[in-house]
Design a protein around this ligand. Sequence first.
Ligand code: MG
Ligand code: MG
Length: 249
Amino acid sequence: MIVLKSKNEIALMREAGRIAAQTLEELRARIKPGETTLDLNNFAHSFITQRNAKPAFKGYRGFPASICTSINDEIVHGIPNAKRVLRDGDIISVDVGAVYQGFIGDSAWTFPVGAISADAKKLLEVTEGALWAGILLARPGKYLEDISAAVQDFAETRGYNVVREYVGHGVGRTMHEEPQIPNYRQGKKGPLLKPGMTLAIEPMVNAGAWETRTLRDKWTVVTQDGKLSAHFEHTVLVTETEPEILTKL
Ligand code: MG
Ligand code: MG
């Protein structure tokens, strides 16, 4: 069942989303060579808790940290670590979830560390573009498949591949609500989009093939071929008219 949010619930989700967005913005300024992923995690943890919110990922299915930090060929669910030092030329995907008065805002962004290659830059541009292509279709009268197809086409027509095993999702009082939002066509329309739906749209785009594997830490998901991957995510409200980004500053 897809949960439609009331006006009051949407107001709380807006605040949760703002906190997640502010956290990412603060992290953006702190991402540079020499910084460790644990430093980023600890900063994010205190930033979120100081705003009367909680990091949504901490303890979620046993996840041991407050944010996910995934570097280069890591796609999602990387665990912050004191030994993981950012280097010039890396790309780092940071996934932040904030819970405010019981509602979750979920957003991710891939940032350059120092100066990155032209190839890496292109991957970031294409993945962000795929996110916006999907968001544009989050409006009444469209079907879920329209979002999936837009994301897939944006990436594939530019020579990239979308991850299959991990998908976007409805979000609200719980992190993963219905519907699942694949970044590729399912061959069926899926649910009709309606005002009040809150969707975490999150393309994960690989420079190489789409296949993934999980590291021995049981969390970190990497590309099977070792090539770069990027991840951009917003929590979006379907309204009567234009989609509203809830994870914005
Ligand atoms: Mg996320
Ligand atoms: Mg998500």
